[in-house]
Every structure is written in structure tokens, then in C-alpha cells.
Design a protein around this ligand. Structure first.
Ligand code: PBG
Length: 328
């Protein structure tokens, strides 16, 4: 007899019944930019459909995210003033901490409020850490600031802090500081394997990055897999509750390896360049953008990610929950 796998594809019901991977709004996290001094959202030209938010429009996004049943919002701050040590990051009046408070007040515990724990948006040189007298990123001094930043973010309302600077030992330092401040419930989402990637291009516009040069002394070489596994193991040993791989689509082998290896849930970040490519091709009519967005996120889940950070999160969640029709 002929083997007939097509039998299980003959109509939508059977296809849905045998689907091995499903997407649910709670799997999705929307990255959001809150900018100081705005009174209306400011569109980001390289990310059509994404804007920097004012505090008022941030509140609206938080309500929409809650109503769509998202898993969380990941907040990035865009301050008006930057300095060498990124003072705005630890200041309770800094834009990111104020934004965290606004979101938490709006959503309570209905979704997870997540904070980017990194200095690059706050430093005038644009690096993710502070510099030593020779202009190199000083790992241990940076960790001290990350620890204070994480405590400030948790106090401002973050359920989750997400160290993304790739300093050695950052997760352990942050966990110790949180526990020392009595913040034992604060979750650490570690950017465990974060690559020095060209796919971050549009994000640099989104946060008005002042970086010259690159981040290759701290972010990973795209050529390496073993190094990622080592980084992931170290973060789990240091107390990471969740580990993340970033970017997502070009790194699905790393996502899959992480999911097999570690006893904690794995997240993946579909970054700005991945989003922009889908949008740009769709604008030209070259691909169906809605379908490509849904497919790419589904495939990131299939590879092993339980959680996906994506700029498509809100529209996907609204389609999944029937709040918005699936356009074609
Ligand atoms: C750095 C950071 C970056 C992103 C998130 N956090 C980029 C970088 O290394 O410059 C990129 C996110 C994206 O491209 O969507 N703290």
C-alpha cells in the first residue's frame, strides 16, 4: 500500500488537530520604546508600524496588549540626555523607570512588565557598559551599575528584568542585588546568547543610538555555536529564570540546542531587522506580510522557543484572539 500522509492534511479541522505547534497570545512579548519629552508617538521610519511612545501613548499600548492577552511588554527607554555612565538608567525619575511605573499601574498583574537592563540607550558613547581609561568596556564596573539598575526597575514596577549587555557574570550580580533588596520575586530573563548582528540596524534608529564602532568585544560572533551553549549554561548556573537567544530566524539552531539543553524556558527575539525585512517586502507586494509574520513566529516556536519577543506581537495576538480579522 502507498503511505498517505496527505490523509492528515485533507481539511482545516484535521490539520489543526494534528498541529504540533500552536501559537497563543501569552507566548508573545511586544518590545516597546518610550521616549522622554514626546507628546505624541513618533514613527520609526525603518520599522513601519512601530513608534517611539510618549507616556500617554504608552498607556494606550499597554491597554491594547492587556486586552489582546499578550504575555508581556519589553520596555526600552530613550532619554533626552545621555552621559558617560548612563545615569538615567538607575535614576527612579529616568524615562525607562517612569515608563515601567506607568505600564505596571495600567496592567497590574494582567501581563508581565519587562525591562531592558542595559546601558546603551543611556550612555553618550552608546556602548552597553561604562568605559575604562583606555576606552574599553569595563565588565565588572558595568555589572555594578546593572545591579543597581535592575533594583530600580523592579522597584519601578518591572516583574522581569532582562540583562542584554553580555557582560560576564551579569546574571549572578543582578540576582544577588535583587535578593539583597528583598526583590526575590523579580524574574531574570537573561539574554544568554546574543550575537553581534547586522539585523539590529533599525533598532539603532529606534533608540537613537549614539554608538560608533561595534559591540564585538561583548556580543557573540555569529560563527559560533559552542560559545552560545557555554553562555547559556553560565546564565542558568547564575540563576537565570529564562534564557533568550537573539536574533531568532538566522539562529534557530541555537534556539533548538538551548531548548534541548537547559531546564528553563527559552525565549527568542525576532529583532528589528527581521521585522523590517518582512514589512519592506510586503510593502512592495513581494510577499504576504501577515502570513509571513505568523509563519515566522510559529517556526521560532517550533524550533523550541516557548516565548517570542516580536514587533508583530500585538497584531498577531489580535488575530489569534479574533479581535482583528486575518487579512489576506
Ligand atoms: C542593546 C539591545 C539591542 C537590541 C535590544 N537591546 C541592540 C544592540 O545590540 O544594539 C536589538 C533589538 C532589535 O534589533 O530589535 N541593549
Amino acid at each position: 500500500v502507498i503511505e498517505r500522509p496527505r490523509r492528515l492534511r485533507q481539511n482545516p479541522v484535521v490539520r489543526e488537530m494534528v498541529a504540533e505547534t500552536r501559537l497563543h497570545p501569552r507566548d508573545l512579548v511586544l518590545p516597546v520604546f518610550v521616549a522622554e519629552g514626546l507628546d505624541a508617538p513618533r514613527p520609526i521610519s525603518s520599522m513601519p508600524g512601530v513608534s517611539q511612545h510618549s507616556l500617554a501613548s504608552l498607556r494606550t499600548v499597554a491597554e491594547q496588549a492587556r486586552d489582546a492577552g499578550l504575555g508581556g511588554l519589553m520596555l526600552f527607554g530613550v532619554p533626552q540626555h545621555k552621559d558617560a555612565v548612563g545615569s538615567g538608567a538607575t535614576d527612579p525619575g529616568g524615562i525607562l523607570n517612569v515608563g515601567l511605573g506607568v505600564v505596571r499601574e495600567t496592567v497590574g498583574d494582567d501581563l508581565l512588565v519587562m525591562a531592558d537592563t542595559c546601558l546603551d540607550e543611556f550612555t553618550d558613547h552608546g556602548h552597553c557598559g561604562v568605559l575604562d581609561d583606555r576606552g574599553r568596556v569595563d565588565n565588572d564596573l558595568t555589572n555594578e551599575i546593572y545591579a543597581a539598575m535592575a533594583v530600580a526597575q523592579a522597584r519601578a514596577g518591572a516583574h522581569v528584568v532582562a540583562p542584554s549587555g553580555m557582560m560576564d557574570g551579569q546574571v549572578g550580580e543582578i540576582r544577588t542585588a535583587l535578593d539583597g533588596a528583598g526583590l526575590t520575586d523579580t524574574v531574570v530573563l537573561a539574554y544568554a546568547a546574543k550575537y553581534a548582528s547586522a539585523f539590529y540596524g533599525p533598532f539603532r534608529e529606534a533608540v537613537q543610538s549614539s554608538l560608533e564602532g561595534d559591540r564585538r568585544t561583548y556580543q557573540q560572533d555569529p560563527a559560533n555555536r559552542l560559545e552560545a551553549l557555554r553562555e547559556i549554561d553560565l546564565d542558568v548556573q547564575q540563576g537565570a529564570d529564562l534564557v533568550m537567544v537573539k536574533p531568532a530566524l538566522a539562529y534557530l539552531d541555537i534556539v533548538a540546542a538551548a531548548a534541548e539543553r537547559v531546564p528553563v524556558p527559552v525565549a527568542a527575539y525576532q529583532v528589528s531587522g527581521e521585522y523590517a525585512m518582512v514589512r519592506a517586502a510586503a510593502e512592495r507586494g513581494w510577499i504576504d506580510g501577515d502570513a509571513a509574520a505568523m509563519e515566522s513566529v510559529l517556526c521560532i516556536r517550533r524550533a523550541g522557543a516557548s516565548i517570542v519577543l516580536t514587533y508583530f506581537a500585538l497584531e498577531l495576538a489580535e488575530r489569534l484572539s479574533g479581535l482583528r480579522p486575518a487579512r489576506h
